[in-house]
Write a protein that binds this ligand. Sequence first.
Ligand code: SF4
Length: 301
Amino acid sequence: MALVHECLERWYRRPETGITFGLQRIQYFIDQSYPNRTWDDDQLRDWHLATAMMRGYANCYPEEDFQVVALEKVFDGRIINPATGMSSRSFTMSGKVDGIVRMGDEYYLLEHKTASLIDSSYLERLWTDFQITLYAWYVRETLGIPVVGIIYNMLSKAKLQQGKGETEAEFEARRAELLAKSKTGKTTAKRKLPESDEDFQERLAAKYAEPGGSQTQMFHRETLYISRDRYTVLQTELWELTQAFPEARRRGYFYQNTAFCFRFRSPCAYYPICSSDNNPNVIDNLYQVAAPHRGIEQHGC
Ligand code: SF4
């Protein structure tokens, strides 16, 4: 949820005027982001989730044990062959980290993640997060900040749905069914009304206030320390990628890395293309051509 990332950035940029005012400003931002929520069900659902998530977050973390050093920090750096120390003439590395924080004398990347479920298998796979570990390396090398690890700041998406209530016809059908079963020929059934926004927010707030457990926690922080060896392994892999990419492009074939199709439980953005074997209708209907992300840039060879 990109909007929650923006909310978190605003939350950590808030002036020293306290939690209530900070939360009011975020609520205003959320309200402005979903202007059609009174008639658009998708917008209303997302508004509810973002609102409840940020209110719950503020309650969960009213104070932090770290100081924010930088937010949405951009870096650019060379890609180096760790075996020779030579840098690539074709590629450089660029990226942006959610945050850099200091705890005591140590620096960490702060990485926000929203997930459907935070459980042990999700946490176990964090160390495979190739990109963020590389980013930590580049923050060290290009910004001179000695990052020792990553604080994963995880927010879970509540699965609750707002009660829709019954239409008149649905109620009449249910009532007729109950009457048919009733021995007295009477029923006290009442039409189920839609759940109000206030009631739904209350239910969501209760969900986000639940105490943490391994399967139910809505907010979780996990700190991963990065060893020198890990940095070396990832640098080597990045270098190998820079070598494999031109060759794949020359041959016009990029192999499918299917182990990553459902990484962290959400399908890869290109899953419809791969699973349809490059069906042109799928491509035309679901995708549009856009400029590449700046994460890795190629210069003229
Ligand atoms: S869906 Fe396609 S592009 Fe995405 S990870 Fe799977 S194989 Fe790779």
